[in-house]
Design a protein around this ligand. Structure first.
Ligand code: PLP
Length: 384
């Protein structure tokens, strides 16, 4: 599969027809355990669902192929994937450097959960390479970045950060949830591992919670797989199957998400109600040149800063109708959120606090004319 283009790999990797019946779609192996041919006689290595499941395996093969990785593991959520990866590769006393605009749940996992087990976290502005160099300590084991970031769509240079981190002996992890592997390939740019909330673009239909880690090589696989097996936050067979189905249209969907978001960003840039438009596809975005270099499209996420402040942002988020007010992102339907009270409530008052005047849009694949009309009506309704 590795010599095929992305859209082909997305449809075929790990998706061989059922050898027994020829069913073109691999079945959902909805089973907790597998019959053994004598004690320890596992058929194709399968024993018990927490250790391995054929539907999960087909998703993991597909995930590894999407990112050009050596292997992948699939989890019950994005945070479960992050947790297993970090506990697999870190030990008490280790330090992790975190980009200063990341998903609030990642910051919470590190500072409220893993901190109790002796992992220290500090944040850094990753667009400033000197600041990164200065922040790296002898005990820094991981540099963790998210690009474009949630919710401010900051873009940082994956290749450059990987070079600096590797020179200091640190491992680079990229949360590629916003871009998806269709638009950005962190392993090819030098990262060691990629994490996803597959709940978002990979699943793509807002009907499944999941997460994944994709590995550049074999160094960390056994330790992270052991965490997955020992703790058990695996994806369920139906969830894994739904994700494999979502992935097959990822390339198509990301093209439309990007086209719609670009049109909305350009429309918003001309509206006096918005003082900031955070979208890497705009030439005015500070990370535009880096995004153009390392991404093949700018994605479906954007944030807007309301000129009239927090109350205007809240009112606007409650005034649209096609853009439905909800947590999450990356589905075919458009969503709007108010990050300070929703996705990023857990970082309010911390160094990762986000501006109070922003709304975040997950631009879906509806007709963009309807989406712009909806935003326009939302503005009118919320200013009445
Ligand atoms: N990473 C990013 C960028 C996210 O937006 C999210 C969820 O919103 C996560 C990780 C966590 O994923 P999950 O909600 O599937 O645990």
């Amino acid at each position: 599969m590795s010599d095929h283009a992305f859209a082909t790999r997305a449809i075929h990797a790990g998706q061989d027809p059922d050898p027994r019946t020829g069913a073109i779609i691999p079945p959902i192996y909805q089973a907790s355990t597998h019959v053994q041919d004598g004690i320890g006689g596992f058929r194709e290595g399968y024993e018990y669902n927490r250790a391995g499941n054929p539907t999960r395996s087909s998703l993991e093969t597909q995930l590894a192929a999407l990112d050009g990785g050596a292997s992948a593991l699939s989890f019950a959520s994005g945070l479960a994937a992050e947790d297993a990866l970090l506990r697999g590769i870190l030990k008490p006393g280790d330090h992790i450097l975190l980009g200063n605009d990341v998903y609030g749940g990642t910051y919470r996992l590190l500072t409220k959960v893993l901190s109790k087990w002796g992992i220290e976290t500090t944040t850094v502005e990753l667009s400033d390479v000197d600041a990164l160099r200065a922040a790296i300590r002898p005990e820094t084991k991981v540099v963790w970045l998210e690009t474009p970031s949630n919710p401010l769509l900051k873009v940082v240079d994956i290749a450059l950060i990987s070079e600096v981190a590797h020179a200091a002996g640190a491992t680079v992890v990229v949360d590629n949830t916003f871009a998806s592997p269709a638009l950005q390939q962190p392993l090819a740019l030098g990262a060691d591992a990629v994490v996803y909330s597959t709940t978002k673009y990979l699943g793509g239909h807002s009907d499944v919670l999941g997460g994944a880690v994709v590995f550049q090589d074999d160094r960390f696989f056994d330790d992270v797989k052991f965490q997955q097996f020992a703790v058990g936050a695996v994806s369920a067979p139906l969830d894994a199957w739904l994700t494999t189905r979502g992935i097959k249209t990822l390339a198509l969907r990301m093209r439309q998400h990007s086209e719609n978001a670009q049109a909305i960003a350009e429309w918003a840039s001309a509206r006096p109600e918005f003082t900031q438009v955070y979208y890497p596809g705009l030439e005015t975005h500070p990370g535009h040149a880096i995004a153009a270099k390392q991404m093949s499209g700018f994605g479906g996420m954007l944030s807007l800063g309301l000129a009239d402040g927090a109350d205007a942002a809240r009112a606007f988020a409650e005034s649209t109708s096609l853009f439905q007010l909800a947590e999450s992102l990356g589905g075919v339907e458009s969503l709007i959120g108010y990050p300070p009270d929703m996705t990023h409530a857990s970082v309010r008052g911390t160094e990762l606090a986000v501006p109070e005047n922003i709304v975040r849009l997950s631009v879906g694949v509806e007709d963009v004319r309807d989406l712009i009309a909806d935003l326009q009506e939302g503005l009118e309704r919320s200013s009445r």
